[in-house]
Design a protein around this ligand. Structure first.
Ligand code: DSN
Length: 434
């Protein structure tokens, strides 16, 4: 099978390794012929791919620009300085650390910079949308620090006030009772805007520090579609590969007074040599996100998620919190089909060429491995050029596929419709046929 686009700008160089070349080609084909609706994924630009696949991968650069533990880093210093400057310009921050290998590392570094082992952290419950590093018993974070959690308000039957939004009364009550040293805002499965101001007020009222984990909305913040937590929170962490549309990785921005503690916590506190090829790709992505067209992209991502949410509601799915204000749609499958689990729905949609992930919904009676929900995202297909009419069609296709989940003919038919839809929106038109 020949892929519909090159897996990288340097595709031809893989000819010497046909096994890996074949796998990259197959993945390129999968990404361009199926729908990418995982809310934490996106399609980078070819420029980001090029920087990620560059000679910078060859260089050891422990330390920071001007203070390296290895020779030969004059060019690397310029690369990392460029990335830091572009990050601070993009977010209006005093300082940036662009070395975290992932969002999880960025959070771990901040905890290390601000806290002593055993200190209390108040963060979002995992089963209400929080992240593993917000205190999952399976994460190292909960072995080192003591976590207490806030959640979302109960669901209601009132369409004007559907509930399932962050309950700030609860955040304030728990903060008063538990006196955390750090309050964390941010989530991995939450379809609403997170306003940093109430968190700041609560943190100040109990003398806590405030971390905003912007892993998901970073691109929406950079593009002006969501309020910025920079300058409100003490520290902001984010990933560069979700709505920000850069390479896989993490970053931290903070006020000047935190810079030294944050930098020491990342290196040598947590990581060794930085991935400077990824740092270069982050620099590319920060510049792309600063362009005027990225503001339109961020607005389109939100509008497209809204169109998808509307179509899913029309197909009979209950939406957690009643809708969306960001790139995510969280679906409660039980209203559609009491027996349908997130696991079965994800696998069924996979067979139809619709890629998404199962997700717990607030107070989910099923385990995180099975779940009663699905999480969908609009960021990647918006990058590929899809608009609201395509999102409505996708919502209908999801409804059709899951309504006939035991009918292979339906899955085959939807798979063909998905292939045709994707053919009109190639994620890498400039690499087609290379
Ligand atoms: N990978 C992130 C997400 O899917 O939201 C969580 O770590």
């Amino acid at each position: 099978m020949s892929p519909s686009f090159a897996a990288s700008p340097f595709d031809a160089w893989l000819a010497d390794d046909p096994e890996v070349a074949r796998l990259l080609g197959e993945e390129a084909d999968r990404q361009s012929t199926t729908l990418q609706l995982i809310a934490s994924e996106n399609f980078t630009s070819p420029a980001v791919l090029a920087a990620s696949g560059s000679v910078l991968t060859n260089k050891y650069a422990e330390g920071y620009p001007g203070r390296r533990y290895y020779g030969g880093n004059s060019v690397i210093d310029e690369v990392e300085d460029l990335a830091r400057t572009r990050a601070t310009d993009l977010f209006g921050a005093d300082h940036a650390n662009v070395q975290p290998h992932a969002g999880a590392n960025a959070n771990l570094a901040v905890y290390q910079a601000l806290l002593e082992p055993g200190d209390t952290i108040l963060a979002m419950r995992l089963d209400h949308g929080g992240h593993l590093t917000h205190g999952s018993p399976a994460s190292i974070t909960s072995k080192v620090w003591r976590f207490v959690s806030y959640g979302v308000s109960p669901a209601t039957d009132d369409p004007d006030k559907p509930g399932e939004i962050i309950d700030f009364d609860q955040v304030a009550d728990i903060a008063r009772r538990e006196r955390p040293k750090l309050i964390v805002a941010g989530s991995t499965a939450y379809a609403r805007i997170i306003d940093p101001l109430p968190f700041r007020e609560i943190a100040d009222s109990v003398g806590a520090r405030f971390l905003f984990d912007a892993a998901h909305p970073a691109g929406l913040i950079a593009g002006g579609a969501h309020p910025s937590p920079v300058g409100v929170a003490d520290v902001v962490t984010f990933t560069t590969h979700k709505t920000l549309r850069g390479p896989r990785g993490g970053a931290i921005v903070c006020n000047a007074d935190m810079a030294k503690a944050v930098d020491s916590a990342v290196f040598p506190g947590l990581q060794g040599g930085p991935l400077e090829h990824v740092v270069a790709a982050k620099a590319v992505a920060f510049a792309e996100a600063a362009r005027p067209e990225f503001r339109q992209y961020a607005a389109d991502v939100v509008a497209n998620a809204g169109a998808l949410a509307g179509a899913l509601a029309g197909a009979g799915f209950r939406l957690v919190s009643g809708g969306t204000e960001n790139h995510q749609v969280l679906v409660d499958l039980r209203s559609f089909d009491e027996e349908l689990t997130g696991k079965v729905a994800q696998e069924t949609l996979d067979r139809a060429g619709i890629t998404c992930n199962r997700n717990t919904i607030p107070d989910d009676p099923r385990s995180p491995f099975v779940t009663s929900g699905l999480r969908l995202g609009s960021a990647a297909q918006t990058t590929a050029g899809m608009g609201q009419s395509e999102m409505r069609l996708i919502g209908e296709l999801i409804g059709t596929t899951l309504r006939h989940r035991d009918d292979e003919r339906v899955q085959t038919d939807v798979r063909e419709q998905v292939r045709e839809l994707c053919a009109g929106f190639p994620p890498y038109p400039s690499l087609a046929g290379t």
